[in-house]
Design a protein around this ligand. Structure first.
Ligand SMILES: Nc1nc2c(ncn2[C@@H]2O[C@H](COP(=O)(O)OP(=O)(O)OP(=O)(O)O)[C@@H](O)[C@H]2O)c(=O)[nH]1
Ligand SMILES: [Mg+2]
Ligand SMILES: [Zn+2]
Length: 361
């Protein structure tokens, strides 16, 4: 049975819970975000819960509402397996992305994750640029990335790929895995610790759920073969879901993403291009963007082959994407501002009209 520690509870959450203690509230962790409610793990059990009206109305945006991985404050009706969520505790980390479609809101995917396994399969999913994007997102989240190159049985130059990643990310752990041939599973296992949260991210069909089944030792997650022809996955996993292993921590399986777009990844960009750091300080302008400025030490370093051209090109690409995103967000803020002003003007007009009427009388 779950105790709070095996669910990931620690002093960071304990401290926040102090003010709710002795009021009949208990903590719980969101295991699944269902369509109309949440599956919440509590000490020695699980309840279905809904959010309170107050939490709903006091939330300024969707990202304030509970997400898979969140610790929440609940009141639970005894013998009823049913609860009300009153609060979401501050997050230790969060993985977010830009919402797809026309809204440029932040979409929080999972929270309170310690390690993220970024999975790329060695059939034809492996792509260093995509990996860079995932790394940026993971650094931004506050979690630590570990790269898994899956389906190693389908590839003859695994070492080459590991070397390619290691060249610019010497500090990131990379594990070659074949679930079919039982390669690398033990190494993943050795990295797992009780009470620690691990999420699996990566395209559909790369074998995330298959690895989880291997780690659990049971076929608990559904898996489906990829499409023949282009090896694209079929989006088998549809929910982000917590899987509790008493002695090996908490695993989060996620659906393959259709394209991980960046959300305000400024911080992430800096960590991702760590080798720029030693040059950045020498740029003439403190706010140098390393794109066109005279006296830019980064551009100079690229010219002198001290920074690889391809890394620099990747930096420019990420920056451009980020800039684009920022202008869209600004535009949205602008539209909201405009709407607010319209309402104020309307209110003013109405009030003014009323005043005129009273004056005439
Ligand atoms: N050759 C090979 N195939 C594998 C391996 N691991 C998984 N597969 C196959 O890849 C296919 C997709 O695996 P899943 O585990 O469903 O992939 P997923 O990443 O969970 O996909 P989504 O849930 O759609 O995001 C299945 O047919 C697996 O049998 C492996 O190590 N080697
Ligand atoms: Mg899956
Ligand atoms: Zn510069």
């Amino acid at each position: 049975m779950n105790n709070l520690k095996t669910l990931g509870w620690n002093s960071f959450f304990e401290n926040q819970f102090e003010e709710f203690r002795n009021s009949g509230f208990i903590p719980g962790r969101i295991a699944i975000e269902n369509k109309n409610n949440y599956s919440v793990l509590i000490e020695n059990g699980e309840v279905t819960a809904e959010i309170s009206g107050k939490l709903m109305f006091s939330s300024e945006s969707n990202s304030d509402l509970p997400k898979t991985g969140d610790w929440v404050i609940l009141s639970v009706f005894e013998n009823d397996n049913y609860g009300i969520i009153h609060n979401v505790l501050k997050r230790q980390s969060k993985v977010s992305r830009k919402k797809t479609g026309k809204a440029y809101d932040e979409q929080v995917l999972i929270t309170n994750v310690d390690f993220i396994f970024i999975v790329q399969s060695l059939d034809n999913n492996y792509n260093i640029n995509r990996l860079e994007r995932y790394l940026t997102t993971v650094y931004q989240s506050g979690a630590t990335p570990i790269v898994i190159l899956s389906k190693a049985d389908l590839c003859n130059d695994v070492e080459l790929k590991i070397a390619e990643i290691q060249k610019s990310h010497s500090d990131v752990k990379i594990i070659a895995v074949s679930s079919f041939e039982n390669i690398g599973i033990e190494e993943i296992n050795n990295n797992l610790n009780s009470g620690t949260t691990y999420a699996f991210l990566g395209s559909s069909g790369v074998g995330k759920s298959t690895i989880i089944n291997k780690l659990v030792g049971e076929e608990i997650q559904k898996t489906t073969e990829v499409r023949t022809g282009d090896n694209k996955g079929k989006h088998t996993t549809t929910k982000r879901e917590l899987i509790i292993l008493e002695d090996k921590g908490i695993l989060i399986d996620t659906p393959g993403m259709r394209g991980l777009e960046l959300w305000s990844a400024n911080e992430g960009i800096n960590t991702n291009f760590a080798e720029f750091e030693e040059f950045e300080g020498n740029c003439r302008f403190a706010d140098c963007t390393h794109t066109h400025e005279t006296g830019c030490a980064v551009i100079e370093a690229v010219k002198n082959n001290l920074i690889e051209q391809s890394r620099y090109d990747n930096y420019l690409k990420l920056r451009k994407e980020l800039r684009y995103l920022e202008t869209r967000v600004n535009h949205k803020v602008f539209l909201e501002e405009k709407k607010k002003w319209k309402e104020i003007q309307k209110w003013y007009r109405n009030n003014f009209k009323d005043k005129k009427r009273t004056l005439k009388k």
